[in-house]
Design a protein around this ligand. Structure first.
Ligand code: 5AD
Length: 450
């Protein structure tokens, strides 16, 4: 039996794509190899969002090939995903041992192409073409423990992005926005629920644009809200998450959905990118700082405990000390629960890469450090406030931080570690928070609460 090892870089969408490829290969008779050394096929699923992510994947492939050269001359190598899409054939020119380059609309063809390579029908395969309906092909799941252990699952609802933020390579790597149909997504969620899944995370590069072109408004509600409502109906699904929305796409119908739909978790990842109106405009974000702050206010008016996280880019071309100060002050104003700070990285073919005022690495590094300090201090204070409070978590399984403990997440997306056992898996459990760690809460079952 042939075996495959898949290494994944990047976002949750990439994790989901890898899982779907693994499921497809298993269905075609492949085994999943525990390490790259023993695998017959090594696939690297790549990220292009910053140059560092691309370099990591190339470095990894070089290491794998270097180690295997003598021992595993027949090992097959493939790049897939975003960097495969944007670099195509040039990856084979750079690394001639690579056999397969699979673009972001071709994940479902992995098994077919590997069969061709193993059968000697084809030598090298590069496929980065556009393929109609490919968004509907990311649907098979591999659930741990044959399903009975999986509490949460990712569901891909759409592909691509039409927003064209000036810094972002995603429109080039993921293509135009294409959405799956609501019945198709609901069927997948229903199947997951029947296999024991309690929480689904609806995934896409810009989920707030879901179905915008194909599905008309219903009672003033967007296609995305209609989708959430449909998933909400599914028995067995206790929680619904989604990522990533665009702040601009967060209409009142979506804000209001939090009040109406109890399964919709009290958390939102709202990538703000900058606190400076001047830079938001140069980034082509489509909102102002004021509109963003208003949105946060509306969400907190509906759900005061809402967990709000964000992405921030430091060192966008032309960023002045004043612009950066605006970003820091926005963090203090909003009090994000957590934020990812990204050092600006010029990307091929993006408008920002050709803008004047590119900043030095040193300056970007220095501002990045200052941003992280502010973010971490604000978050630490926020987490501190949880001590003594009662929270409800969905128990996901053994803790990744401490194998002797169990963990789950609150509705507002905070990880809670507690002394649990197998019987807690999949349960909605009330805990009292005893202490806090770095972006982690530690709790005890709340049976002693008054
Ligand atoms: N440089 C740095 N960060 C970027 N991101 C996207 N493109 C770039 C870039 N060129 C960040 C954004 C986005 C997150 C996924 O990656 O903050 O929200």
């Amino acid at each position: 039996m042939l075996s495959v090892y898949i290494k994944t870089y990047g976002c949750q969408m990439n994790e989901r794509d890898s899982e779907a490829v693994a499921a497809q290969l298993v269905a075609r008779g492949y085994a999943l190899a525990p390490t790259e050394q023993v695998a017959d096929v090594v696939l690297i699923n790549t990220c292009s969002v910053r140059d560092m992510a691309e370099q990591k994947a190339i470095g990894k492939m070089q290491t794998v090939i270097g180690q295997a050269r003598k021992k595993r001359p027949d090992q097959i190598y493939g790049f897939m995903g975003c960097m495969a899409q944007s670099r195509g054939q040039s990856l084979i020119d750079q690394l001639p041992d690579v056999d397969l380059v699979l673009g972001t609309q071709k994940f479902h063809r992995a098994a077919e192409y590997l069969d061709d390579i193993f059968a000697g029908r084809r030598d090298k395969i590069v496929d980065t073409d556009v393929e109609e309906d490919s968004e509907a092909k990311i649907r098979e799941h591999i659930l741990p423990g044959g399903g009975e252990k999986a509490v949460t699952a990712f569901v891909s609802i759409m592909q691509g992005c039409n927003q064209h933020c000036t810094f972002c390579i995603v429109p080039f790597t993921r293509g135009e926005e294409r959405s799956r149909s609501i019945p198709d997504i609901v069927a997948e969620c229903r199947d997951l629920a029947s296999r024991g899944v309690r929480e689904v995370t609806l995934l896409g590069q810009i989920v707030t644009s879901f179905g915008k072109r194909d599905i008309p408004l219903k009672d003033g509600r967007s296609a995305f809200v209609q989708l959430i409502e449909a998933v909400h109906e599914i028995e067995g699904i206790e929680r619904i998450r989604f990522t990533s929305p665009h702040p601009k796409g967060y209409g009142d119908d979506l804000v209001e959905a939090y009040a109406r739909l109890p399964k919709l978790v009290e958390s939102a990842h709202l990538p703000v990118q900058s606190g400076s109106d001047r830079l938001l405009k140069a980034m082509h974000r489509g909102y102002t700082r004021e509109r963003f702050v208003n949105l946060v206010g509306k969400l907190r008016a509906v759900k005061p405990g809402m967990g709000i996280t964000t992405d921030i880019i430091v060192g966008f071309p032309g960023e002045t000390e004043e612009d950066f100060a605006d970003t820091l002050s926005l963090c203090s104003e909003v009090e994000f629960d957590m934020a990812f700070g990204f050092k600006y990285s010029p990307r091929r073919d993006t408008p920002a890469a050709a803008m004047p005022g590119q900043l030095s690495e040193e300056l970007i590094e220095e501002r990045h450090q200052r941003l992280l300090t502010v973010i971490n201090d604000l978050a630490a204070r926020k987490y501190e406030r949880y001590v003594g409070r009662q929270v409800q978590i969905l128990v996901e399984g053994v803790s990744r931080r401490n194998a002797a403990r169990f963990e789950g997440r609150t509705s507002c997306n905070k990880i809670v570690v507690f002394p649990g056992s197998e019987r807690h898996r999949g349960q909605l459990l009330d805990l009292r928070i005893e202490r806090v760690g770095h972006y982690t809460l530690y709790g005890d079952p709340a049976i002693h609460l008054d």
